[in-house]
Design a binder for this molecule. Structure first.
Ligand code: ASP
Length: 426
């Protein structure tokens, strides 16, 4: 799927490689006189009452909002409405950030995380590291409905899902498998993954370090090599550059959704395939109640997409709901959670630029906000939230810091001749 269509962020794994890239940063902070943006531009700053019912979600749920809104307006349960939205990307093999077609872990296995909270009954369910089951958001709902537990992980969660009637299926699409293979080969100068010694594409390891070519040329060579391997692996021309980019800068991706009905009942859920090429068994923030999602029937609901490890450390969704409980608007509440992430790095922009986070926030009265750490991934590709309150729309999230989350090393200029067939540049 072209990069312009999906919400992915650079991760803290990439951030760990950030040493020495400060000189390449051209970031200006968006901090006001007191250090943080003061203007509240979410709908919570408008006077008057807010609309209900309303559904708020990550922008990759946009296409699935209409049906869910009709269902909610017709009296459907708030959690069922939110689950309807996130099931869309889970079922979509082209969305490589969730469910079927999600990018796999480092072993080539797709492992999914999800959680949900039902406001009216004050219950929660969660699953982590689940293999072979596509609709993990529904499995988290089943944990909530059919067990005395809140969280199941790994093999046990998979067996539970099968017992509940969820089909076992292969979640690794051919496309995601080829990207994973390309990633393996890219990192394989010291192991037995191809290209092997006898392969015409074999890159002599020493040539990488002893070459006196300028860095830019080496990077261009690397892109050309990877692009050639992508072609060999059968990745179609229009998707090759996107695949190269995924390999060089492993993305994350997720969907969160919160739904509020006209009676003021509210629920939320989050589902993901997590960080691409993660370690087997890694759980991010998405299945963690209070980090990837939190709903309190008395206050509101919040969820997150972005650098999961960072969000866990600030218990992002719970922090936001608690902030609203104590009187902050949705936007103020979200910006405060983002400031805690900034604080964890003592404001070091050379590190923070490799982290990103977007929060989706819905208060019980229908006020909502989308806030993000950075403006987006790149110019012209801002973080967005999708909303349906009778009007179906996407809005740009309010960013805490001015600028874009970055790649390490910066993705080089794409050679002109490679650009022509590339879908992600369109
Ligand atoms: N937060 C997710 C995780 O860390 C990924 C994402 O939202 O893009 O697994």
């Amino acid at each position: 799927m072209p990069f312009s269509r999906r919400d992915f962020v650079k991760t803290s794994v990439v951030g760990a490689l950030a040493t020495g890239v400060g000189a390449q940063a051209s970031l200006a902070s968006n901090l006001g006189g007191n250090g943080w943006p003061s203007q509240d531009s979410s709908n919570a700053s408008q006077s008057g009452s807010f609309k209900r019912p309303i559904i708020v979600c990550a922008n990759n749920g946009y296409a699935h909002l209409e049906d869910a809104f009709v269902f909610l307006k017709g009296g459907g349960d708030t959690l069922d409405a939110a689950l309807k939205v996130v099931k869309g990307p889970e079922d979509d093999p082209k969305d490589d950030s969730v469910g079927l077609g999600g990018l796999p872990n480092e072993e080539g296995v797709v492992e999914l995380d999800a959680c949900c909270m039902h406001g009216p009954t004050r219950r929660a369910g969660s699953v982590g590291g689940v293999r072979n089951i596509k609709n993990v958001s529904l499995v988290s709902n089943a944990v909530m409905q059919h067990t005395g537990h809140v969280m199941l992980v790994g093999e046990g969660a998979e067996r539970f899902a099968v017992a509940m009637g969820f089909p076992r299926e292969n979640l690794l699409t051919e496309h995601s498998r080829k990207i994973w293979l390309l990633w393996k080969e890219f990192h394989s100068t010291d192991d037995w993954w191809g290209p092997g010694l006898a392969d015409p594409h074999w890159p002599p390891p020493a040539s990488k370090t002893t070459s006196d070519k300028p860095q830019a040329e080496l990077r261009e060579d690397r892109i050309r090599n990877l692009q050639a391997r992508a072609a060999d692996l059968g990745i179609p021309p229009e998707l090759q550059l996107a695949a190269v980019r995924t390999v060089l800068f492993p993305p994350t991706g997720t969907i969160h959704c919160s739904a509020l009905n006209d009676k003021g009942e509210i629920s939320g859920c989050t589902t993901t395939s997590g960080l691409a090429f993660k370690l087997s068994g890694r759980c991010g923030d998405s299945p963690i109640i209070g980090a990837g999602c939190y709903t309190d029937q008395d206050v509101g609901s919040a969820g997150a997409t972005g650098s999961g490890e960072e969000n866990i450390k600030v218990a992002g969704a719970h922090t936001i709901v608690e902030n609203m409980r104590h009187g902050m608007s949705p936007q103020e509440a979200g910006l405060d959670a983002l400031k805690r992430i900034v604080r964890n790095y003592n404001g070091d922009l050379n590190r923070l630029r490799f982290i990103d986070m977007t929060y989706y926030i819905l208060r019980k009265d229908g006020a909502y906000a989308g806030v993000s750490l950075w403006e987006g991934y790149s110019k012209g590709n801002p973080h967005k939230i999708a909303i349906h309150d009778g009007t179906h729309r996407a809005e740009v999230a309010v960013n805490l810091l001015k600028g874009y989350s970055q790649e390490f090393p910066p993705f080089p200029e794409i050679p002109e001749d490679l650009k022509k067939d590339s879908e992600y540049l369109k």
